[in-house]
Design a protein around this ligand. Structure first.
Ligand code: PEP
Ligand code: MG
Length: 361
């Protein structure tokens, strides 16, 4: 368990007196959330829920769900995942003790949960008691040429709506549970990879329906905040109408960088150093926020988001979030907070304070 040493803690506390932008942490596990608390993050700005499905027991259920033929069959499998997800969220809410927790709905393509090699496929066929040919055919049907630009995020959420419905139920039931034993929880639910206002409208309708069911079943009157990740150029350009259905926008600069450059996050390493050496890029834009291109979309997105909803909460939650350059930019655009990996929180707090002090006469 990391700890903040006494003198450094005092320095950070002083820094907080000057800081004028919030700092949250990206955290998916209780361990991350505890580190976030230790480093005095002001909440969780991004909980990537897909990470919760890769452990042994859950990946098996995910596979069963992927092979289920009918929505009702998928729902039956997801019902077995529900208590596990509920426990995940209850733990995060309890650790954060009333501080905001922003939960991003399931994001990756489904094929990530399936094996690729022959041996893995054979094992899966045995486990599911299906003919090997069926398993191969299903895997082939789910395999995409460009999975990062394919059926992930909200596209999957709207095509297989049972997944988001299960997650929403888990979030709201955890909200009721955690609010019963401590500070009232107002969960933040965030939709990934949005590119059209209608996506938000449709998901919101489904989540509202689940919230109403949980309220009726528990007699609780909890509230929740719905937010949208702005990580496609189109979402930034259409932020004005998207904001009408969202109480916050969080800019995901990892995907936004990928899509602004048309450059795969996962393949950029192959030529990045050559490009930097040639002087084509000054720096790796996945590591250092590109203020000219990506920054322009952030400016457009935040201005249009504010035009769509006055006082909308604005945040940045990509890997850049903890950097001085990104914090400087976000302060300039009057963002409400940045969110970064828990270990970067102390430096983000210091950078934010330093920038605020430098801005004084
Ligand atoms: C992003 O795209 O910036 C983001 C925060 O989401 P992820 O890294 O999980 O795609
Ligand atoms: Mg993303």
């Amino acid at each position: 368990e990391p700890a903040l040493d006494g003198a450094f803690r005092t320095l950070l506390d002083w820094a907080d007196d000057f800081r004028d932008i919030g700092v949250r942490a990206n955290a998916d596990t209780p361990a991350d959330a505890r580190i976030a608390r230790t480093f005095a993050a002001e909440g969780i700005g991004l909980c990537r829920t897909e990470h919760m499905f890769f452990e042994e027991a859950r990946i098996g259920l995910m596979r069963e769900m992927i092979f289920a033929e009918e929505p009702a069959d998928r729902r039956a499998v997801l019902d077995r995942l529900l208590p596990l997800q509920r426990a995940d969220f209850t733990a995060l809410f309890e650790i954060m003790e009333g501080q905001p927790v922003c939960i991003r709905l399931f994001d990756p393509p489904l094929h990530e949960f399936l094996p690729s090699g022959r041996a893995g496929m054979r094992e899966l066929a045995e486990g599911l008691a299906l003919p090997l040919a069926d398993v191969e055919a299903r895997i082939e049907a789910l395999t995409e040429y460009n999975p990062m630009l394919g059926m992930r995020g909200v596209r999957l959420g709207l095509t297989v709506p049972e997944i988001y419905e299960m997650q929403a139920r888990a979030i709201f039931e955890a909200t009721v549970e955690a609010s019963g034993s401590g500070a009232p929880v107002v969960p933040e639910v965030m939709i990934p990879l949005v590119s059209a206002m209608k996506e938000v409208e449709l998901v919101k309708g489904r989540i509202d329906a689940v919230a109403a069911q949980v309220r009726a079943a528990t007699g609780s009157t909890f509230d929740y905040r719905l937010g949208v990740m702005v990580e496609t150029p189109r979402a930034a350009l259409r932020a004005e109408e998207i904001a009408q259905h969202a109480s916050f926008l969080s800019f995901g600069t990892n995907d936004l960088t990928q899509m602004t450059y048309g450059l795969s996050r996962d393949d950029a390493g192959r030529f990045m150093s050559a490009y930097v050496q040639l002087g084509v890029y000054e720096e790796d834009p996945f590591l250092t926020l590109d203020l000219e291109g990506v920054g322009e979309l952030l400016r457009i997105g935040s201005e249009r988001g504010r035009a769509g909803r006055e006082g909308i909460t604005l945040a940045l939650c990509g890997e850049h979030g903890g950097s001085r350059k990104a914090i400087d930019f976000c302060r300039g655009q009057r963002f409400d907070y940045v969110s970064c990996s828990p270990f970067r929180v102390p430096l983000a707090r210091l950078s934010a304070a330093q920038l605020a002090l430098e801005g004084r006469d």
